[in-house]
Design a protein around this ligand. Structure first.
Ligand code: UD1
Ligand code: UDP
Length: 353
């Protein structure tokens, strides 16, 4: 088959690396990078270290409002699909790149596959939730990471083309964790001892685009007295500076630019706890057996909460402080996310088409 895979944002590069490798054993893959993420530390670094093939097309769409960003992608992806005439279009996760890719292909009656289908936070104020729901309802093949995702789809009447294959991020983590342990130098660079610090990430729009929420989060980071390493997403850096929070934060917390995946894995596996609002980081904390504190009111990854390894604290200062100091949840490490062979399972289905 000729398969067009569409990626554009950091977590999609990490998800596509192991699947792209397998797909290329049997099929022709054309890779489109929408350019949604474009900084070296948000894009190129992942292509280099995960040996993702150079994209055949980079649309260079960049940052903008949702409508402009998604619209520009749609226009450019349609042109490429008309030119390439693929048998299948593959999209990942829940970003604007996901929706644009799925929509362009569906309207051209090209078969589409959604990797990480069926996730729901049941919160339509999240742009990602809109992207998930719309993509799932127009995809032909829905590759779910968990049984919960399969049930979510069933409740919305989607039962054909649905496969629980496990999570491709577990494939990625299993493949890279030993490499990260050997190669990554972040602990030495930052002078950190294993299990003596907390890793933090923040980038969810509801947290960054609100002074109240972002200041509550950063105040908690500054006041616990615990060593926190904060890898800062460019969106978050922009708002921290705009709100006048950047300098205050930097005095108390180790603020660092976004890391490559290998450095990030190493930083996470040796952390005492992880503080995040990221979907991928919540899962990785769980897979690595590190207690996770999630600064959101809800999560799509409900298994991690039910299992006790993750706790939702929203953006409440007291709750964040309390969890930083007292949350000790240790994940049981059930195999909700499969066994790390999601890519092989996906390819089994693709190879039969
Ligand atoms: C996007 C996804 C989100 C995902 C996240 C992963 C959508 C709606 N959101 O959010 O689901 O969790 O990626 O990280 O698709 N910026 C840069 N350089 C870059 C990229 C972004 O400076 O390379 C800055 C720009 O100011 C931009 C802002 O970050 O306006 C937000 O970027 P955008 O891609 O729109 O959304 P994310 O918050 O990254
Ligand atoms: N990540 C990374 N470097 C960082 C922060 C995150 O490599 O500085 C990785 C993280 O390990 C995970 C993925 O990026 O694999 C998660 O992406 P992100 O948090 O941007 O988006 P989400 O998963 O919330 O969509």
């Amino acid at each position: 088959m000729k398969i067009v895979s569409i990626v554009g944002a950091r977590p999609q590069f990490i998800k596509c690396a192991p699947l792209s490798r397998l797909i290329r054993e049997k099929h022709e893959e054309i890779l489109i990078h929408t350019g949604q993420h474009y900084d070296t530390g948000m894009s190129d670094i992942f292509f280099d270290e995960l040996k993702i093939p150079k994209p055949n097309y980079n649309l260079g769409v960049g940052s903008n409002s949702h409508g402009v960003q998604t619209g520009k992608m749609l226009i450019e992806i349609e042109k490429i699909l008309l030119r390439e005439s693929p048998d299948l279009v593959l999209v990942y996760g829940d970003t604007n790149s996901t929706l644009a890719g799925d929509l362009a292909a569906s309207k051209l009656h090209i078969k589409t596959a959604h990797i990480e289908a069926g996730l729901r936070s049941f919160d339509r104020s999240m742009p990602e939730e809109i992207n998930r729901v719309l993509t799932d309802h127009t995809s032909d093949l829905l590759f779910c990471p968990t049984e919960t995702a399969v049930l979510n789809l069933k409740k919305e009447g989607i039962t054909t083309g649905v496969y629980n294959v496990g999570d491709v991020m577990l494939d990625s983590l299993k493949y890279n964790i030993r490499i990260a342990e050997q190669k990554a130098t972040i602990l030495g660079k930052l002078n950190l001892n294993s299990k003596e610090y907390i890793v933090a990430t923040v980038h969810r729009a509801s947290n960054t685009d609100s002074f109240e929420n972002l200041s509550s989060i950063t105040n908690a980071f500054c006041h616990t007295g615990v060593s926190i390493v904060f890898t800062v997403h460019p969106r978050t850096e922009k708002y921290l500076k705009q709100y006048g929070l950047w300098n205050k934060l930097c005095e108390k917390v180790k603020v660092i630019p976004p890391l490559g995946y290998l450095e990030m894995l190493k930083l996470m596996v040796h952390a005492k706890k992880i503080l995040t609002d990221s979907g991928g980081v919540q899962k990785e904390a769980y897979m690595l057996g590190v207690p996770c504190i999630t600064m959101r009111e809800n999560t799509e990854w409900v298994e991690t909460i039910e299992d006790g390894g993750n706790v939702l604290v929203g953006t409440d200062y007291e709750k964040i402080m309390d969890a930083i100091l007292n949350f000790k949840g240790v994940p049981v490490k059930g195999n909700f996310f499969g066994n790390g062979n999601a890519c092989a399972e996906i390819c089994k289905t693709l190879n039969k088409l």
